[in-house]
Design a protein around this ligand. Structure first.
Ligand code: HEM
Length: 339
């Protein structure tokens, strides 16, 4: 097997600070050209800001949504790139506008802030910011619900295996699903710790797993454990970040999942919002509302530079339809308890 092209900083470790920026690209040729050319400039910007404080390990991942891809690039879109599929259950997972994702990470928030400022200055009117989250590490990697978040993330060689497309023209790229969740902390904190632990599936204080036999089927850790037909667990790489504004009463978790195949993350989402078995949804959602949703593809680093030169023909034939979410016909992906 050929070595993978160098990915963007998808597999970088969890950081102390992160800034997530999602924007849309207006329908005009000048904007398209600006964004396209920026693909070759991003690495230099990251170096310019990051080299001022190398110990802060600044990184940035740039991803594109399905609708904008054929507007920007002649190169064919990745097979799994499609618009985020909204889910409607007792609670909804909305799809919200977003053509471009920037996932900026560093050990210091000032570097994230400076890079985002430079990116927006470079893109000017070619990028309309839709939403931004500035996340921070909270004590021992806890989310604002008070639980340690990220424990079961893959480690070592399992990270690229879970996050990066292994072969084909888009090898080394990654599919990112991003959602912003807002918590009702008063309601959550009204539960006793044992009730919270049964919702998450782990102990709050020491972070140990609660045995499956002691949990309801709606426990978060059970609904988000998915396997293939052979019973092999299918993993994603999560980069959740707490964020919020105490004065505004806003307390949230930014969910960002990188996957080699977006169908894996989508199965987890379906299990959470629709339930597995159906109806038995994830009770985190009684306390956490998803307010944004987007699916993006982050090409390999060298592919990103090549895309700067990949302008579509001036008068293109009808843009190819974004590929249907074939991955959703994932009879092969299921919760271990389903079969
Ligand atoms: C409000 C949003 C969310 C919060 C607060 C949250 C929190 C947590 C916590 C505390 C854990 C247990 C520790 C760990 O292994 O990380 C966990 C596990 C996990 N979560 Fe989430 N999560 C959220 C949303 C999501 C979403 C949207 C997905 C996927 C689409 C997801 C996928 C997972 C997975 C795969 C695990 C590991 C399960 C295991 O193997 O034990 N989470 N989450």
């Amino acid at each position: 097997m050929h070595p993978l092209p160098e990915p963007q900083a998808v597999t970088a470790p969890l950081s102390s600070a992160a800034l997530i920026l999602v924007g849309t690209v207006p329908q005009d040729e000048a904007a398209h050209a600006t964004v396209r050319e920026f693909c070759a400039d991003l690495a230099g910007l990251v170096r310019a800001v990051g080299f001022r404080e190398p110990s802060a390990a600044l990184t940035c991942v740039l991803g594109f949504g399905a609708e904008v891809w054929p507007r920007l690039f002649a190169a064919p879109a990745p097979a799994g790139l499609h618009p985020f599929v909204p889910l409607h259950g007792v609670h909804d997972a909305p799809a919200t506008p977003g053509d471009v994702l920037f996932h900026i990470r560093a050990e210091r928030s000032d570097l994230c802030f400076a890079l985002a400022t430079q990116i927006l200055a470079a893109l000017g009117p070619a990028l309309r910011p839709e939403w931004e989250v500035q996340g921070f590490r909270f004590f021992d990697n806890r989310d604002l619900l008070g639980f340690v978040d990220g424990t079961e993330n893959p480690t070592g060689p399992a990270v690229p295996a879970a996050a990066l497309v292994a072969e084909g023209g888009h090898a080394g790229g990654s599919y990112a699903i991003v959602q912003k969740y807002l918590h009702d902390l008063d309601a959550w904190n009204g539960l006793d710790t044992a009730a919270q632990e049964r919702i998450i599936g782990r102990r709050k204080l020491d972070n140990t797993e609660i045995a499956e036999a002691e949990l309801p089927s709606s426990a978060h850790r059970l609904l988000t454990t998915v396997t293939d037909d052979d019973g092999e667990e299918l993993q994603i790489v999560r980069d959740n970040m707490p964020f919020g504004s105490p004065a505004a009463g806003e307390f949230g978790t930014l969910f960002l999942g990188y996957a080699a195949d977006p169908a894996v993350t989508e199965t987890m989402l379906r299990n959470m919002f629709l339930g597995d078995p159906p109806g038995d949804y994830d009770r985190i959602l009684d306390f956490s509302r998803a307010v944004t949703g987007g699916l993006f593809f982050a090409p390999a680093a060298s592919a990103l530079e090549d895309l700067a030169e990949s302008a579509p023909a001036p008068a293109p034939a009808a843009a190819p339809e974004a590929q249907a979410p074939s991955g959703l016909a994932i009879g092969s992906l299921r919760s271990p308890r389903a079969g």
